[in-house]
Design a protein around this ligand. Structure first.
Ligand code: ATP
Length: 266
C-alpha cells in the first residue's frame, strides 16, 4: 500500500492552553484521494485543518500531542510558508479574497513566491479559467464585487496557482446556492480524477461531500467517531440522523463501521 500523503496521528489541540478542541484525532489522506472531514458546527474541523497547515499558533492555539506528517515532513516543525512551497495549500473558511483586487489579480497572488517563468504562470492562469470559466468572464471585476460563488472559485483558483499536491479546503459550500456548490465540487472532482490532485475537504454539508469524496472521517466534539469509505457512509441513514441530532449514539456508529482507525489500510 502506498504511503499516505498526509498522516494525522492522535492529534490533540488546544487554544490558549486551556480550550481543548481536538482529542486524539487520526486520519490519513492517500495520494490521489478526496477525503472529507465531516461534522457539525464547532466539532473541530477547522482546528484540524489549521493544525495541518501549522496555522494554530497564529490563533494562540497549538498541537499538544500527536503529530502530523505531510510527505515526510512534520508539519509542526515546518513553517506555513514552507508547507505551501512543499505543495500543501489551504483555502481557509470564508473564501478569503483580496476584495480590492480584481479576480485575475487575486489569482496571480497565488503564484507569488513561486520561482516560475511568466509563460508558466500564464499557462496556469489559462488552466484555472478552463476549470472555472466564470472567472474568465469576471477577470477584471473587483473580487469584492463578485458573487459568493465567484469568490469561492477565486479562492480555489488562487490555491491552484500555487500548484498544490494536497489541496485543503475549509467548508467550500458555506453560504452558497446548491447549484453553485455542485459546480464547485464537480470541478474539484475533475481536478482529482484528471490530475490526481489529493484533496482534504472539511464540510458540514455531508450529503454533497460524501457524494464526491472517496473516504470520509466524522468529527464529534473533537473526536473522530467514524471513518471509512464514502460510499458506505453515504448509504447510512443513521449518519444523517447523527448530524441532525436525533440522538443516535456515536458509540453505536463506531461499533458498526470500521473506521477512524488511525492508519486504516496504510
Ligand atoms: P465551524 O464549522 O463552526 O468552523 P468547526 O468544526 O470547524 O466548526 P472549530 O472551529 O475547529 O470547529 O472549533 C472547535 C472548537 O474550538 C470550538 O469549541 C470552538 O469554539 C473552539 N475554537 C475555535 N477557534 C478558536 C479560537 N481561535 N480560540 C478559542 N477557541 C476556539
Amino acid at each position: 500500500m502506498t504511503a499516505p500523503l498526509l498522516r494525522i496521528e492522535a492529534v490533540e489541540a488546544a487554544y490558549q492552553s486551556s480550550i481543548v478542541a481536538l482529542h486524539g484525532v487520526s486520519l490519513d489522506v492517500r495520494p490521489g484521494e478526496i477525503h472529507a472531514l465531516l461534522g457539525a458546527n464547532g466539532t473541530g474541523k477547522s482546528t484540524t485543518l489549521k493544525a495541518v497547515s501549522n496555522l494554530l499558533p497564529a490563533e494562540r492555539g497549538q498541537v499538544t500531542a500527536g503529530r502530523i506528517v505531510f510527505d515526510g515532513h512534520d508539519t509542526g516543525r515546518t513553517s506555513p510558508a514552507d508547507l505551501l512551497r512543499l505543495g500543501l495549500v489551504q483555502v481557509l473558511e470564508g473564501r478569503h479574497c483580496f476584495r480590492s483586487l480584481t479576480v485575475e489579480e487575486n489569482l496571480l497572488t497565488g503564484a507569488l513566491g513561486r520561482d516560475a517563468r511568466r509563460s508558466e504562470i500564464a499557462g496556469d492562469l489559462a488552466r484555472v479559467y478552463a476549470i472555472f470559466p466564470k472567472l474568465k468572464d469576471r477577470c477584471g471585476t473587483l473580487a469584492g464585487l463578485s458573487s459568493g460563488g465567484e469568490q469561492q472559485m477565486t479562492a480555489i483558483g488562487r490555491a491552484l496557482m500555487s500548484r498544490p499536491r494536497l489541496l485543503v479546503l475549509d467548508e467550500p459550500s458555506m453560504g452558497l446556492a446548491p447549484l453553485v456548490v455542485r459546480d464547485i465540487f464537480e470541478q474539484l472532482r475533475r481536478l482529482n480524477r484528471e490530475e490526481g490532485l489529493s484533496i482534504l475537504v472539511a464540510e458540514q454539508n455531508s450529503t454533497v461531500a460524501l457524494q464526491y469524496a472517496d473516504r470520509a472521517t466524522v468529527l464529534d466534539a473533537g473526536v473522530a467517531v467514524l471513518g471509512g469509505d464514502a460510499q458506505t457512509l453515504r448509504q447510512r441513514a443513521d449518519i444523517q440522523a447523527f448530524y441532525f441530532g436525533e440522538g443516535v449514539a456515536s458509540s453505536a456508529l463506531v461499533d458498526e463501521v470500521a473506521v477512524a482507525s488511525p492508519h486504516e489500510g496504510a
